[in-house]
Design a protein around this ligand. Structure first.
Ligand SMILES: [Zn+2]
Length: 133
């Protein structure tokens, strides 16, 4: 895998999903930058007919034998939502903390992962941080 494609934070999670999928597939072959071919897990695939393309904000999965992408993704243990980057970013809720005069003294930022899934160190979901002004 090309480390140079992993610098964008928007598709970092997609790379995690992608590598998880590739591990479960047979006959995986990298056919170009961000493009893989593998044997489809849903039909008796003698010649790899499953094509996976990593784009900036999504993973494209297509079986040329006509299997449904949704079924392929489920078989691999993922959800369709996993194929899309969190765009425009993680859901953020900002609670403004005001003093008695109504001046904003701090912002309480809560970031929730839309999938509820934890990545990496396991702190991605429900992380709290204080931003002082
Ligand atoms: Zn197929």
């Amino acid at each position: 895998m090309n480390a140079g494609t992993m610098t964008s934070s928007s598709n970092r999670d997609l790379v995690v999903i992608l590598s998880g999928m590739l591990k479960k597939l047979r006959g995986v072959e990298e056919i170009g930058p961000g493009r893989w071919r593998a044997c489809c897990p849903l039909h008796d695939d003698q010649h790899p007919s499953l094509y996976i393309t990593l784009e900036d904000d999504r993973l494209l999965i297509h079986c040329f034998a006509g299997c449904k992408t949704n079924d392929i993704v489920c078989t691999l243990g993922f959800k369709m939502a996993d194929l899309f980057a969190r765009s425009p970013g993680p859901r953020q809720r900002v609670h403004k903390i005001r003093d008695l005069d109504g001046h904003i003294v701090a912002e309480h930022v809560r970031i929730d992962s839309p999938t509820g899934k934890k990545f990496g160190g396991g702190e991605a979901a429900g992380k709290d941080q204080m931003v002082s002004r």
